[in-house]
Design a protein around this ligand. Structure first.
Ligand code: FAD
Ligand code: NAD
Length: 405
C-alpha cells in the first residue's frame, strides 16, 4: 500500500517542532515526511533583536536543520514556497513542486506595515537572519561614516524604533547596551547618539502589567531612550520619518536608521494561495485544520486561535507555535492511523518574559511578576528550553545561553 506523504512547510518553531515530534510518533513504514524550508538552517526568531543590535553574532542564533532531524525519517528539502495549490494537493516551490496527502503550513509571519508609505523601502525589520545582519551592519556603517566625514551629519547617529511592543522594547534593551561599545569602537561621542521610540498607543507594551511597563520605561530612559507615546509613524522617507500625535501637525524626525517593529501578519503565501484569512492568518478549527479541509493544518504566526476567555486571538508567539506543532504532530499521527477523533488544541500559557538587555528583564511567569536579573535568568531558561524541546541536551550545549550571572 502507498504510504501517505506528510509535507511540512517552514522549519521555524512550529514546523520544526511538528517534524521532530512526527519522527518520534510515526514509523518509517507508516508515512513519508518531508520538511521544506527556504534556508538549510533554522533561526531563533526570538533572538533576532540581539543579532540586529549586534550584541549576539547571527551565527549564534541559527543552526543546521539536518542536525536536529532524523534523516532516516524526515527528508529535508531546501526550497522557497511560492504557492499552495490546495485543490491539487500540491506545493509550488521556486525550484520545483511537491505533492502531499497531509500538509502543515508553518511559514511564520511577515512585518505588518499597514500600507504606511516608505516603510518597505526605508525601514529595517527584525524579521530573519538576513535582515538582522543588514541592520547591524547599517548601524555600524553610520558610526564609521560619521567618524570619517569632515562635515558631520549628526542625524546618522539617530536611531528611530517604530513600535513599543515586545519586539521594539527587547531591541531597545540590546541597542542601549550596544551603543557604548559602538561609541568606543568608532570613537564617537556618546552624547551625539539619539535613540527615539515612537509608539502609537497611549502606553508602552499596551495591555501588559503597568508596574512592569513602568520598570521597562524607566530602565530604558535611564539608558538614553526617548519615548514618543501616543504618536504614530505616518511615513518613512530617505531622511527619516514623519510622525503625528493626535490632531497635531505631522512633523519630521531625521534619522540615519529607522527600525520598524510594529507588528506582524501571516505569511503572504496564505493569501496568495486563496486561503480565507485575516491579515494573512487562517482562523483554524480546534484541531488546527483549515475549516473545510481535512488534510491541511496551519500553525504558528500564520494561524489564528481565539482565546475563548476574552474572545480575542492569542498573540502570535513562539510558545504557542511550538505547542501547536506538538498537537499537530499527534493529530497527523492519528489521521494516518485512520482515527477520526482529533485532539483539540489548548494553549497552556506559561507566561511572558521581555528582555531589557543581557542582564535585565521583566515578566509574568506562572502568574508572578519578576524583574531584573531574576527575570533575565528566566528569559535565558525559556530560550534554552526551546532549544531543548527541539534538539535535546546536545543542542542546548551547542547553542544555549549560559551567561546567567
Ligand atoms: P518562524 O519561527 O518565524 O519560522 C518560519 C519559517 O518558515 C522560517 O524558517 C522561514 O525561513 C520559513 N519560511 C518563510 N517563508 C518561506 C517560504 N516562502 N518558503 C520556505 N520557507 C519559508 N515569542 C515568544 O513566545 N517568546 C519570545 O520571547 C519571543 N521573542 C521574540 C523576539 C523577536 C525579536 C521577535 C521578532 C519575535 C519574538 N517572538 C517571541 C515571536 C515568535 O518569534 C514568533 O511568534 C514565532 O517565531 C512564530 O513561529 P513560526 O513557526 O510561525 O514561524
Ligand atoms: P505588537 O503588535 O505586539 O506591537 C506592535 C506595537 O507597535 C504596538 O504597541 C502598536 O501600538 C505599535 N504601532 C502600530 N502601528 C504603529 C505606528 N504607525 N506608529 C507607531 N507605533 C505603532 O508586535 P511585536 O512587538 O512585533 O510582537 C509581535 C508578536 O511577537 C507578539 O505576539 C508578541 O507577543 C510576540 N513577541 C513576544 C516577545 C516575548 O514574549 N518576549 C518578544 C517579541 C515579540
Amino acid at each position: 500500500m502507498r504510504k501517505p506523504k506528510i509535507v511540512i512547510l517552514g522549519a521555524g518553531y512550529g514546523g520544526l517542532m511538528t517534524a521532530v515530534r512526527l519522527q518520534k510518533h510515526v514509523g518509517v513504514n507508516e508515512a513519508d515526511i518531508v520538511l521544506v524550508n527556504k534556508n538549510d538552517y533554522h533561526y531563533e526568531t526570538t533572538w533576532l533583536h540581539e543579532a540586529s543590535a549586534g550584541t549576539l553574532h547571527h551565527d549564534k542564533v541559527r543552526y543546521d536543520i539536518r542536525d536536529v532531524i532524523d534523516r532516516n525519517k524526515v527528508e529535508f528539502v531546501q526550497g522557497t514556497v511560492v504557492e499552495i495549490k490546495k485543490d491539487e494537493n500540491k506545493v509550488l516551490l521556486e525550484n520545483g513542486e511537491i505533492d502531499y496527502d497531509y500538509l502543515v503550513v508553518a511559514l511564520g509571519g511577515e512585518p505588518e506595515t499597514f500600507g504606511i508609505k516608505g516603510l518597505k523601502e526605508y525601514a529595517f525589520g527584525i524579521t530573519n537572519v538576513n535582515s538582522s545582519r543588514q541592520m547591524r551592519e547599517h548601524i555600524e556603517y553610520q558610526f564609521a561614516t560619521y567618524n570619517m566625514e569632515e562635515e558631520k551629519d549628526e542625524n546618522r547617529l539617530t536611531i528611530v524604533v517604530g513600535g513599543a511592543g515586545f519586539t521594539g522594547i527587547e531591541f531597545l534593551g540590546e541597542l542601549t547596551n550596544r551603543i557604548p561599545e559602538l561609541c568606543h569602537e568608532y570613537d564617537v561621542d556618546s552624547h551625539k547618539v539619539k535613540i527615539i521610540c515612537v509608539e502609537a498607543a497611549p502606553t508602552v507594551l499596551p495591555g501588559f502589567d503597568p508596574e512592569l511597563v513602568q520598570y521597562a520605561v524607566s530602565t530604558l530612559e535611564r539608558k538614553g531612550v526617548e519615548f514618543l507615546i501616543g504618536t504614530a509613524i505616518k511615513e518613512a522617507t530617505p531622511e527619516g520619518i514623519i510622525v503625528a500625535k493626535g490632531d497635531e501637525e505631522p512633523r519630521e524626525i531625521k534619522a540615519g536608521t529607522v527600525v520598524w517593529a510594529a507588528g506582524v501578519r501571516g505569511s503572504s503565501i496564505i493569501e496568495k494561495s486563496g486561503f480565507e484569512a485575516m491579515r494573512g492568518r487562517v482562523k483554524v478549527q480546534p484541531d488546527l485544520r483549515v475549516p473545510g479541509m481535512d488534510n491541511v493544518f496551519v500553525i504558528g504566526d500564520s494561524s489564528l486561535v481565539i482565546n475563548e476567555e476574552i474572545n480575542r486571538p492569542y498573540p502570535p508567539t513562539a510558545q504557542i507555535s511550538m505547542q501547536q506543532g506538538e498537537c499537530c504532530a499527534r493529530n497527523i499521527a492519528a489521521l494516518i492511523r485512520n482515527k477520526t477523533e482529533l485532539e483539540t488544541f489548548k494553549f497552556d500559557n506559561k507566561g511572558t518574559v521581555c528582555s531589557l538587555g543581557e542582564h535585565d528583564a521583566i515578566g509574568v511567569v506562572f502568574g508572578k511578576k519578576v524583574t531584573g536579573t531574576k527575570a533575565s535568568f528566566m528569559k535565558k531558561m525559556v530560550d534554552n528550553r526551546a532549544l531543548y524541546m527541539i534538539g535535546g541536551v546536545g543542542l542546548v550545549f551547542k547553542k544555549g545561553k549560559f551567561n546567567v550571572l
